[in-house]
Each structure stands twice: as C-alpha cells, then as structure tokens.
Design a protein around this ligand. Structure first.
Ligand SMILES: [Zn+2]
Length: 338
C-alpha cells in the first residue's frame, strides 16, 4: 500500500461521484427545460388573448378576469393543481390559498399564479428537482462510502464485515446542514427567487410595452439563471456528500487523520492549491475550513493519512488477506456488507 495508491483512488472516486451527479443533472435539466417551455407558452397564450399590436399594456394586464374567465381559471388550473401530488408541500398550500378564495383576480395575477403552479411542480413534484437532488445525493453518499470501504478492504486497512447504511442514517446524513441551510431549503430558495424574478420581469415587460419576443427572451434569461444555479448547487453538494461519505469510512476504519488532495490543473482555485497536502485530525473536520468543499463547485477531496509504520502493518495484513485483493467490488459487497 502506498500514498500514490490513495491519491489515484481518491481522485477517481471524486470523479465517479461527479459522474453520478451528471446523470441526475441531465434529468433535472430536462425537467427545467420542459417547465421553461410551458411557462413561455403560457405567456404566449396571454399575449394572444390580450395583446393589441404585439403589446399588452400594464393597464390591460391589470384588468380583472371576467366572471367566466375566473370560473374557468378555478375549474381548470386550480383543479389540476389540486389533483397533482398533494404531498403536504407548504408551497402548494400557499399558492392554492392565494388563489382559491379570491373573488377577483387580475389577468396578470392569474398568469403569475399559473406560472407559480408550474414552478411548484418543477421543484416540489414527485419528479421535482428537490426529489432528484435528494435521490442523487443519497446515491453519491452510499456509493462513495462503500467504494472507499472496498478500497480499504483491498489494502488490508479494513477486515471483516461492514455495517450497511440504514435508511435512518441516510435521512440524518441528508438533512445535515453544513453551509447555513440544508440543501432542500436552498432549492426552495431558488424556486422563490425565480418566481419573484419572473413576476418582476413580466411587470417590466407590460410597463415598457415590450413585444412578445422581447418578453419571452427576458423570461428565458431568468429561467436560464435558475438552471445554472441548480447545477452549481448539485455539483457543490455532490462534492460535500462524497467527502462526508469518505470521512465516515475513515472514521469507521479507525483512521484519525486525513490529507487534502486537490486536483491540480488550470481550473484549481487558489484556496485549494493552498490546502493541497495539508493534514488534519478527523475531529477537526469542518467543510469550508479544514475539508472540502472549500467553495462553490469545488473538486477537492481527501485521502486517509497513515504513519509509515501503519503502511507496513497493513501490507503484512494484506498479504495474508490475498483473497480480498482479487475480489471484485460486487463480490466484496455481497460477502462483507451486512
Ligand atoms: Zn476547490
């Protein structure tokens, strides 16, 4: 066993966790694009209905829905929304309450509410961004934990059975708040910010008498920001959960120190260049200070730290443990994870 081995394993494992993140991000991006498309269509319909000479003035947009339009809005849009997975999501309740009991709703308000319903579905629905993020990060954490345990078993650091991660452990892990707010709350924060930005942009469009083309372009830009924010969040959280999982495996293997390993290339941040090679005690593990991620989209990882004597001792154990060395990950998992 050598330090070189750990450097290449750990770099590889971080890369693998980002590949899992990419898989989830691709599906999330599809949902985001669908929602973007739907929202733009709603705006086009609005223009088709109320525009004169390719413009909707603010006064026109603020007119109240007719009794029939209001009835249609409540019967079609609100009904559909109510039928969608009613998961006790506070966001759904907020929108329903804002719309259900109103006697008068302006055209603009109705448009905003329809867009908000679509946004709530995008973020909170059964195939929503929040759910994807949760599943994706759980996937990363579990993969990184077992793979690191396997790497250690192959090196003779871990012998015997490994305790399987329970659902309860996963729940605790995923609600861990390391950056001031747990990730699911931050996703809702994105939703709120995007919702407000769309509202503002629509108001601006009508006030300025923007054409449909200009309005849809502005809304496209706002929703593109939402897409890049989702990506940054998932990338950074993926790095956090990958490293947290490695950390747990070092701890479970009785290793009390770790070393920072930065990917050194042209994209490496100054902060990670400075951290590279630093050795910390397990008990001082603190993401952002003594552990990655050190910043948004950080790719830095860690390796377990061993004394020279430990390297020797594990090597001896490894040679009497020859079987594990030739095992595949799956064989090891089936035999040792209980
Ligand atoms: Zn970094």
């Amino acid at each position: 066993m050598s330090k070189k081995y750990w450097e290449s394993r750990s770099a590889q494992r971080e890369l693998e966790s980002q590949l899992i993140a990419s898989k989830y991000l691709a599906r999330m991006d599809e949902s985001l694009r669908e929602a973007q498309h739907d929202i733009l269509k709603q705006i086009e319909t609005f223009y088709a209905r109320y525009a004169a000479e390719n413009q909707v003035t603010l006064a026109e947009a603020r007119k109240y829905l007719t009794a029939k339009e209001l009835k249609d809005f409540k019967n079609i849009d609100l009904k559909r929304f109510r039928e969608m997975s009613m998961s006790g999501n506070p966001e759904y309740d907020r929108i329903l309450n804002a719309a259900s009991y109103r006697v008068r709703i302006s055209r603009l308000e109705a448009l905003n509410l329809t867009i908000e319903m679509r946004m709530a579905e995008l973020y909170g629905g059964s195939k929503g961004l929040q759910q994807y993020t949760y599943t994706g990060l759980a996937d990363i954490y579990q993969g990184s934990y077992y793979q690191t345990m396997f790497d250690m078993a192959k090196q003779g650091v871990v012998t015997g059975p490994v305790q399987a991660l329970t659902d309860k452990t996963m729940e605790e892990v995923l609600s861990y708040n390391w950056s001031g707010k747990e990730f699911s709350k931050r996703i809702w924060g994105h939703q709120e910010a995007t919702r407000k930005a769309i509202r503002k942009e629509l108001e601006r469009s009508f006030a300025a008498g923007r054409s449909i083309q200009k309005t849809t372009k502005a809304i496209m830009e706002v929703t593109d920001v939402a897409r890049s924010r989702v990506e940054a969040l998932v990338r950074t959280e993926a790095n956090f959960f990958h490293n947290a999982a490695s950390q747990k495996s070092y701890e479970d293997a009785g290793i009390d120190r770790y070393e920072i390993l930065a990917t050194l290339d042209s994209r490496t941040s100054d902060i990670c260049r400075k951290q590279d090679g630093k050795i910390y005690n397990e008990k001082d593990y603190k993401p952002g200070e003594s552990a990655p991620p050190f910043h948004v989209r950080c790719r830095t990882t860690t390796i377990p730290y061993f004394h020279e004597s430990e390297y020797m001792q594990y090597e001896k154990r490894q040679s009497t443990n020859g079987l594990i060395d030739s095992m595949t990950y799956k064989e090891w998992f089936d035999k040792y994870v209980k």
